[in-house]
Ligand binder design. Structure first.
Ligand code: F6P
Length: 368
């Protein structure tokens, strides 16, 4: 029986708690010991009972719906260094852990895969420097890693949805519904910035779900003249048809054809100068990451948590670091390294304006 630890890493996302709860309970149910690493990789590097705690069935009671991550998260620099990973390796062995499940975004999962591939050399160094015994070396020679994808951005390849994305989308739509009321009353225009770093999924889906007039996403840059003319044409047409409000959604990573950012202020200036609309900017900010998880995220996080424990217990030599995904409504294992690689390639193709390549890369992942 294994000693399985779970950790959340990177930006928090609603549903991470549900994922931790499912992992801890599935591990205990299957006769394993379950541990939580607090404060992400930073807790793993620091180690000790403050950061690595054994968890009981009851410890995660009430976590299913809760937003954020109760075991904390951090963007950790030390783990990017070998000495940090060496300390993490030692701390895990001291705590008796032989498997690690990480819930996080692409950076966090890349870290997990690096840790796994480096494990044999880390553990050998600990043995040679007599920081661990020969028995410990034999017992902990292999580390099993598994990733679940927690990110509000829905920006990971090889999975249709990331844990947290639908909760964030729901929150954005709710906020825009509120804005609608006031915009309508004053016949105003609102330029709304939503999160999503390099990925326009949140902006695009929120735009569709709230019938926004215009949407800016990083995946579709256009020249200043083109977007200004096009937006003014569309917004004027909607106003002529009797629409009393204008909603423009700008993804935080939106860029123009020259690859410089398109900001909410740029958009406001055009709406004011060319269309003479009374315009306000609303940046939704971290409100989008907070609040309880929607039903879909609770379900996704639970199914993926159980699947992650199964992946650890069954082992999968053909996929040394599996990532638990959802593809066409089925929970599946994908090679974590490949998923991260594809995610980076898509982002790179987009930044080079090679949209054909980006689309074909996206297709590859689902047609495998
Ligand atoms: O990756 C999730 C995310 O919420 C992005 O959408 C956003 O750009 C970023 O995190 C914000 O990070 P922080 O909370 O560290 O400012």
């Amino acid at each position: 029986k294994r000693n399985i630890a779970v950790m959340t890493s990177g930006g928090d996302a609603p549903g991470m708690n549900a994922n931790v709860r499912a992992i801890i309970r599935a591990a205990i149910y299957k006769g394993c010991k379950a541990f939580a690493v607090y404060e992400g990789y930073s807790g793993l590097v620091k180690g000790g009972p403050k950061y690595i705690r054994e968890m009981s069935w009851h410890d995660v009671r009430g976590w299913l719906a809760e937003g954020g991550t109760n075991i904390g998260t951090a963007r950790c620099m030390e783990f990017k260094e070998r000495w940090g990973r060496l300390a993490a390796c030692k701390n895990m062995i001291d705590a008796g852990i032989d498997a690690l499940i990480v819930c996080g975004g692409d950076g966090s999962l890349t870290g997990a895969d690096l840790f796994r591939s480096e494990w044999p050399s880390l553990i050998s160094e600990l043995k040679e420097t007599k920081k661990i015994t020969a028995e410990q070396y034999d017992k902990y020679k292999h580390l099993n890693i598994c990733g679940t994808v927690g990110s509000i951005d829905n920006d990971m390849s090889s999975t249709d949805a990331t844990i947290g994305a639908y909760s964030s989308l729901a929150r954005i739509c709710q906020a825009i519904d509120y804005i609608d009321a006031t915009a309508n009353s004053h016949q105003r225009a609102f330029v709304i910035e939503v999160m999503g770093r390099h990925c326009g999924w949140l902006a695009l889906m929120a735009g569709m779900a709230t019938s926004a007039d215009y949407i800016f996403i990083p995946e579709l840059p256009s020249s200043k003249k083109d977007w200004q003319d096009h937006m003014c044409k569309i917004v004027s047409k909607h106003r002529e048809r009797g629409k009393r409000k204008t909603i423009v959604i700008v993804a935080e990573g939106a860029i123009g054809a020259d690859l410089t950012p398109i900001t909410c202020k740029d958009v406001l200036n055009v709406l004011v100068d060319r269309l003479h609309l009374d315009t306000r900017i609303t940046t939704l900010g971290h409100v989008q990451r907070g609040g309880t998880a929607v039903a879909y995220d609770r379900m996704l996080a639970t199914l993926q948590g159980v699947a992650a424990v199964d992946a650890i217990l069954e082992g999968s030599p053909e996929i040394p670091s599996p990532m638990i995904s959802i593809v066409e409504n089925k929970i599946v294992r994908k090679p974590l390294v490949e998923a991260v690689k594809l995610t980076k390639q898509v982002a790179e193709a987009i930044s080079k304006k090679d949209f054909q390549k980006a689309i074909s890369l996206r297709d590859t992942e689902f047609n495998e």
